[in-house]
Design a protein around this ligand. Structure first.
Ligand code: 7RM
Length: 667
């Protein structure tokens, strides 16, 4: 049965009757196990009150735990919506992730454990990683990269990806990582927006035994990227990748690394110097370049990694995300490494060569902490218990979830069948823009409820507002907001400060951050996230803008108009559904062929992740009298719901005709 929370559509009002009922029916509680609590990094509830009494002092105390070349003069400067943290402080994130550990017992500890597809493996100790990063830092300098220059990275999940990003960070060159599933056009647009000088890629990547043509995509992209001066290529595939190296522009990673100096001191960065740019979908077709800076981000990811995952020195930690997303940035690389953790990175898919791959990895490396996504958990549920049961999962002591609301059934399954009933489950809410986890249980303190991300972390001032900016009392729902800045908040949208202010700080007032998420708080003050309230879909934990997909569709020569909505999907959370009207000369082939062509077109334009699950060709779209497409009605149709208010429609007959057509197609 589909659960109430996953059937929430992206623009649904935050508290529809069925969800309220579900929440009040949810009476299962899971207190931290006594043993866990006894040994936990945090076990004293008082931390919340302490942080609330004096947030600046609290964050300064956290900042003391990382290394500074020079300590800050001032903790925070807040001219809403603009904020700076640890002003005057000098630090380097890569120094904190590497050098800092070399003078400790961690020197020869595994920093990265890499499990490649199909079964390749490599372990890099902190000492190894420091050496490789220092060498590649010198490579980048040799290619002319200077502090402040942007470097694009388009790579599979291989150790060189982590090495490349840490090298950028070491020399103060902000990286912009583009997920390997994005199309050449998406890559081109991001490189051009960031004005990157260098791009780092590989000859290809392995995905379910097939080759991802990364270098070929780069060639296509940078043909239209005048800022790119050099391209560095890691050899992952070999001859089978069949790539062309362009003389003077393209360089093999291994050749550049040959004989280069291992010495490259970390650049002393200002606390507010840019650290990286990461593009994310918003409500318009153009992705936003979310800019994170140095000191605050470091403090945010370092502290939350330790608190939420209860990281202790001998733990093996496995986050299944791709580093191309923020989860990988913060919780595969920066947060874990700055804590001196052993972070496992896996190149492939959960179902390759078989559906037990994650569990085989857990058993092989005796993983203690696992961090994955609800969409994966729902797939595992569908595949059946035989796969986890094939493996010894008793090394696990804590399991986490991120990316979208986790429905209580999936939470329970995860708790019982992966966590063996003994592991606390941390459902962590955050965003690319927040940089680090903001709402989550503290596993040694918080009693969890399946489906709730529980409470804002210490130092985080969240609230739920109604349309008018009034705080909604416990038991009610509305919009999730943050009423004070935290250290790892994004500082701007690269090159578009106005859009930053407008997107996040104009809904209520310049000192209130609007998350774009609907949420509800129960009588105990626990938060229940309800999904996006804007035109952003969440497909398998990935943010995709409806407008972006619509633009891709109307870019096709036969399409006149397109409207895209997210439809509840039992595995993906949401699936992309498009309603398309064709130009009069567009119906030049059978509808089924046309639909296949349009799906392929979207995948080519944006990337496979945006490929519509369903496309409906229709003669008309429901519009208001002022000509706005009423997506809400399309969602009602796609999700088979009773039709909402149709009084503002220019032609009320349109929806009835559309619904008949949709239902006929669904048969
Ligand atoms: C980390 C990440 C952000 C959006 C966010 C939410 C949704 C993420 C949860 C969640 C409910 C969660 N960054 N979201 N985590 N919803 N419970 N634990 O996912 O920028 O890619 O997406 O994802 O809608 O606004 S993201």
């Amino acid at each position: 049965m589909a659960d109430e929370k996953t059937t929430q559509s992206s623009n649904a009002p935050a508290n529809t009757p069925n969800t309220i009922e579900a929440l009040y029916l949810e009476d299962r509680r899971f207190a931290p196990p006594t043993e866990f609590r006894k040994n936990a990094v945090l076990s004293d509830e008082d931390i919340y009150a302490r942080a609330a009494r004096d947030p600046e002092a609290f964050w300064a105390e956290q900042a003391e735990k990382v290394h500074w070349f020079k300590k800050w003069d001032k903790v925070r400067e807040w001219n809403a919506p603009w904020v700076k943290w640890f002003l005057g402080g000098k630090t380097n994130v890569a120094y904190n992730c590497l050098d800092r550990h070399l003078s400790t017992d961690r020197r020869n500890k595994a920093a990265l454990i890499w499990e490649g597809e199909p079964g390749d493996e490599r372990v890099l100790t902190y000492n190894d990683l420091h050496r490789e990063v220092s060498k590649f830092s010198n490579v980048l300098k040799g290619l002319g990269v200077r502090k402040g220059d942007r470097v694009a990275i388009y790579m599979p999940m291989i150790p060189e990806l982590a090495i490349a990003m840490l090298a950028c960070t070491r020399i103060g060159a902000p990286h912009t990582i583009v997920f390997g599933g994005f199309s050449p056009e998406s890559l081109r647009d991001r490189i051009n927006d960031a004005q990157a000088n260098v791009v780092i890629t590989s000859d290809g990547g392995w995905r379910r035994g097939a080759i991802l043509p990364l270098k070929k995509n780069v060639d296509e992209a940078i043909a239209e990227c005048p800022s790119i001066k050099a391209c560095v290529v890691v050899e992952r595939i070999g001859a089978a990748a069949n790539i062309t190296m362009h003389e003077g522009r393209d360089h093999w990673w291994h050749e550049l690394m040959k004989g280069i100096s291992q010495v490259c001191p970390a650049e002393e960065m200002d606390s507010e110097d840019p650290l990286y740019i990461l593009y994310t979908s918003g409500t318009t077709a153009k992705p936003k370049g979310i800019l994170h800076t140095t000191g605050g981000y470091l403090v945010g990811v370092t502290s939350t990694f330790q608190w939420v995952f209860d990281y202790r020195d001998n733990d093996v930690y496995f986050c299944t995300a791709d580093i191309g997303w923020v989860t990988g940035h913060s919780y595969i690389v920066y947060g874990p490494l700055s804590n001196g953790a052993t972070s496992l990175m896996y190149e492939g898919s959960p179902d390759w060569p078989d559906k037990d791959r994650f569990w085989a990895i857990v058993e092989k490396y005796r993983v203690n902490i696992l961090y994955t996504a609800p969409t994966a958990i729902r797939s595992f549920m569908g595949w059946g218990l035989e796969y986890p049961r094939k493996h010894d999962l008793t090394s696990l002591r804590l399991i986490g979830s991120v990316g979208e609301p986790i429905n209580p059934e999936a939470w329970m399954w995860y708790h019982e069948h992966i966590g063996g009933g003994r592991c606390p489950v941390v459902d962590t809410w955050w965003q690319t823009e927040t940089g680090s986890i903001l709402i989550s249980p503290l596993p040694g303190i918080t009693t969890t409820k399946p489906g709730s991300a529980t409470r804002p972390l210490p130092g985080i001032e969240a609230d739920i507002f109604d349309e008018n900016g009034n705080s909604v009392p416990l038991g009610g729902g509305g919009y999730l907001v943050l009423k004070a800045p935290w250290p790892s908040i994004a500082r701007t949208i690269y090159g578009d400060a106005d859009r930053y202010a407008k997107t996040y700080f104009s809904r209520y007032s310049p000192d209130v951050y609007f998350t774009g998420d609907g949420a509800k708080r129960d009588k105990d003050g626990y938060y229940w996230l309800m999904g996006r309230v804007d035109d952003v879909m969440n497909v398998s934990g990935h943010r995709i803008s409806t407008t972006e997909v619509e633009s891709a569709l109307v870019n096709h020569p036969s399409v006149a108009e397109a409207a895209v909505v997210g439809k509840a999907h039992s595995i993906k959370g949401q699936a992309v559904v498009a309603f398309v009207t064709l130009k009069s000369d567009g119906a030049n082939m059978a509808p089924a062929e046309k639909i296949a062509e349009l799906k392929k077109h979207v995948a080519n334009k944006i990337g496979a992740l945006a490929r519509p699950e369903e496309i409906y060709l229709t003669a008309e779209l429901p519009k208001t009298r002022s000509g706005k497409i009423m997506r809400r009605l399309l969602r009602d149709i796609a999700e088979g719901r009773a039709m909402g208010d149709t009084t503002t429609l220019a032609d009320p007959g349109v929806v009835a005709r559309l619904r008949d057509k949709y239902e006929a197609a669904e048969q």
